[in-house]
Design a protein around this ligand. Sequence first.
Ligand SMILES: *[C@@H]1O[C@H](CO)[C@@H](O)[C@H](O)[C@H]1NC(C)=O
Ligand SMILES: *[C@@H]1O[C@H](CO)[C@@H](O)[C@H](O)[C@H]1NC(C)=O
Ligand SMILES: *[C@@H]1O[C@H](CO)[C@@H](O)[C@H](O)[C@H]1NC(C)=O
Ligand SMILES: *[C@@H]1O[C@H](CO)[C@@H](O)[C@H](O)[C@H]1NC(C)=O
Ligand SMILES: *[C@@H]1O[C@H](CO)[C@@H](O)[C@H](O)[C@H]1NC(C)=O
Ligand SMILES: *[C@@H]1O[C@H](CO)[C@@H](O)[C@H](O)[C@H]1NC(C)=O
Ligand SMILES: *[C@@H]1O[C@H](CO)[C@@H](O)[C@H](O)[C@H]1NC(C)=O
Ligand SMILES: *[C@@H]1O[C@H](CO)[C@@H](O)[C@H](O)[C@H]1NC(C)=O
Ligand SMILES: *[C@@H]1O[C@H](CO)[C@@H](O)[C@H](O)[C@H]1NC(C)=O
Ligand SMILES: *[C@@H]1O[C@H](CO)[C@@H](O)[C@H](O)[C@H]1NC(C)=O
Length: 508
Amino acid sequence: MLVLLLVLSTLSFSNCQQCQSRDYGNGGTVCVCNATYCDTIARPQRVPPSQFLTYTSNLAGLRFSQTSGTFAPRPNSSNRIYLNSSRVYQTIIGWGGAFTDATGINIESLPANMREMLLESYYSPNGLEYSLGRVPIGGTDFSVRPYSYDDGGPDPDLINFALAPEDLLYKIPNIQRAINLTNGNIKLFASAWTAPRWMKTNGDYSGYGFIRRFFYQTWANYYVRFLDEYRRRGVNFWGITTGNEPADALNPFDQLEVVGWPSWLIGDWILNNLGPTIRGSPNYSNLTIMILDDQRVFLPWYIVRALNNNRTRQYIDGIAVHWYLDLYSSPDLLDQTQRLFPEKFILGTEASVMPASYETPVLLGSWTRGEEYSSDIITDMQHWVTGWVDWNMALNPDGGPNYIRNFVDSTIIVNATSAEFYKQPTYYHFGHFSKFVPRGSVRIDCNLVLSDNSTDVDSVAFRRPDNGTAVVILNRNPTAVSLNILDNSRGTAPIAITAKSITTVLYW
Ligand SMILES: *[C@@H]1O[C@H](CO)[C@@H](O)[C@H](O)[C@H]1NC(C)=O
Ligand SMILES: *[C@@H]1O[C@H](CO)[C@@H](O)[C@H](O)[C@H]1NC(C)=O
Ligand SMILES: *[C@@H]1O[C@H](CO)[C@@H](O)[C@H](O)[C@H]1NC(C)=O
Ligand SMILES: *[C@@H]1O[C@H](CO)[C@@H](O)[C@H](O)[C@H]1NC(C)=O
Ligand SMILES: *[C@@H]1O[C@H](CO)[C@@H](O)[C@H](O)[C@H]1NC(C)=O
Ligand SMILES: *[C@@H]1O[C@H](CO)[C@@H](O)[C@H](O)[C@H]1NC(C)=O
Ligand SMILES: *[C@@H]1O[C@H](CO)[C@@H](O)[C@H](O)[C@H]1NC(C)=O
Ligand SMILES: *[C@@H]1O[C@H](CO)[C@@H](O)[C@H](O)[C@H]1NC(C)=O
Ligand SMILES: *[C@@H]1O[C@H](CO)[C@@H](O)[C@H](O)[C@H]1NC(C)=O
Ligand SMILES: *[C@@H]1O[C@H](CO)[C@@H](O)[C@H](O)[C@H]1NC(C)=O
C-alpha cells in the first residue's frame, strides 16, 4: 500500500506545469511562456518492473503527457515492435543547441527571470536536459555583422587577437548558466565559420576562399587562442570541428562566412598543423577533433583521403554531419562511413528548418516541422549517429537576427514586445529524445512490423545507463495506431499511439 502511494505521488508530480497552448493557424500549437508561467517536464521516476511509462506529444495539443501501463503476458495486436537488447549499436554522446549571437541577442531581449527560464527549458532537470552545446568561433550569419577575432592587417603572431563584444555579452554568460544548470555535465564544442580576411586567399569572409598556405599554422594557433580566452573565463571545451561547412566556399555567390577546404588539403592541415598543435598543447591535448561539419551528402568521399592516412587518422576522433541535404542523400552513406571508420563516432552538429519558397521562415505551431526533426533524428539514430545538435536556441518572430537575411525557424521563438517566448513543436519532438535518452545510452535492435499496412510509423530504441529501456515512436498518420512492444525479458507493452504523435515509452 505504501509503495503504491509512493508511486502514485511521484506520478502526480511528474508533469509539473502544463503547456499553455496557442494556435497561430499553422497546423499545430505552440506553448507560451511568460514572466510568471512556463511549462516544465520533470525527470521520469523509476516505476516497478511490471510497469511502463508513456509520454505523448501530438498535433491535438498533448505535450509530454504521461500515462503508465502494465506489461501483459501475451500480445493483443499484430502491429509490433520487437526489441533485442543483446544486439547493440552506437553509444549516445548527447543532444543540444548552439550558442549563436542571435540566440544570445534574443535571450537578452527578455526580462532577467525569463532569460533563466529559457535556458532552463533546454538545460535543466525540468527542461529537455540538453547535454551538448555548440559555440561558433567568431561570427556566423546569425550575427548582426561579419567579424573575426583579428580583423586588422596581417598578424601572423595573433598579437591583436581579442574576443568580440558578442562573446562577452551574448555567448559566455549563457554558456556559464548552462554549465551551472547541467551541473557541469555539458560537453561544449567549437566551430569556426571564417578566418580573418588576411588569412584567406580571397581576402573576404565569404565566397571562394581558402586559408593561404603561409598561414596554415597561424590558423591552428587561432583555435588555441580562442580556447585560451574561453578557458580564462571558466568555459572549457570538450571538442572542436575542423570548420563549419567547408563546401560553402565552392558557391561563389554564397554569402555565408566560410573557410573552404578541398578534401585533398584538409588532411594536410590536420596532419601538419591542427593535430600536432592541439595534441601538443598542455591544456587541450585530449580535446575531441571532428572532421567534416558539413552535409551527409559529402560522406564518405570527402573524409576518405584524410582518414586513409594513418597519421592523420590518429588526430581525428569523430565526424560531424549537418542535416540540410538529407532528403537528397541516402542514410546508407552513414553506414558506409561507419564501416570504413568504425572507431570514429558520427555526431549531428547542425539542423534547422529552412522555409520553402512559399513559406515564412517562422511557422509558429507547425507540427509538420516537428515531424521533420524527429523523423530525421530517428533515421540518423538508425544509421550510427551518436547525437544531434540543433542550430539557434532562440530566434525572433522573423527568424533572426541574421545579417545576410538567411532567416530560419527555431525551437524557441522570442517575442520581445510582449515578453513571451513560444516553444515550437520542434522543441517537443527533439525533447522526446533528449529528455529520455541520456548520454551513455546505447541503441538496441528495434524491429517494427505493421500488419495493417499503416505507413509513416517509425521507431528506435535505447538501453539507458540506468538500465532503463526507452523506445521513441513517431506516428505521422492522421489515424491512431495500436501496437505492442515485445521485450523477451519482460513481456508485451500494449501502447495506444494517437494520431499525428510522438511517444516515448520508458521502463526499467
Ligand atoms: C502568464 O500566463 C499565465 C497563464 O496564462 C497568466 O495567468 C499570467 O497572467 C501571465 N502572466 C503575465 C505576466 O502575462
Ligand atoms: C490491448 O490491451 C490493452 C491493455 O489491456 C488495451 O488497452 C488495448 O485496447 C488492447 N488492444 C487491442 C487491439 O485489443
Ligand atoms: C538477439 O540478438 C542476439 C545478438 O545478436 C542474437 O544472438 C539473438 O538471436 C537475437 N534474438 C532474437 C530473438 O532475435
Ligand atoms: C551553480 O550555481 C550555484 C549558485 O550560484 C552554485 O552554488 C553551484 O556551485 C554552481 N554549480 C556549478 C556546477 O557551477
Ligand atoms: C595552460 O596550461 C599551463 C600549464 O599547465 C598554464 O600555466 C596556463 O595558464 C594554461 N592556460 C590557460 C589559458 O589556462
Ligand atoms: C582532459 O584533460 C583534463 C585536464 O587534464 C581533464 O580534466 C579532463 O577530464 C580530460 N578529459 C577527458 C575527456 O579525458
Ligand atoms: C594503417 O593502419 C592500419 C590499422 O592499424 C593497418 O592495417 C595499415 O597497414 C596501416 N597502413 C599503413 C599505410 O601504414
Ligand atoms: C508579439 O507581441 C506583440 C505585443 O503583444 C503582439 O502584437 C504580436 O502579435 C506578438 N507576436 C506574435 C508572433 O505573437
Ligand atoms: C496489407 O497489404 C498486403 C499486400 O498488399 C495485403 O495482402 C494485405 O491484405 C494487407 N493487409 C491489411 C490488413 O490491409
Ligand atoms: C545494469 O545492469 C548491469 C548488469 O545487469 C549491472 O551490473 C549494473 O549494476 C546495472 N546498472 C544500474 C545503474 O542499475
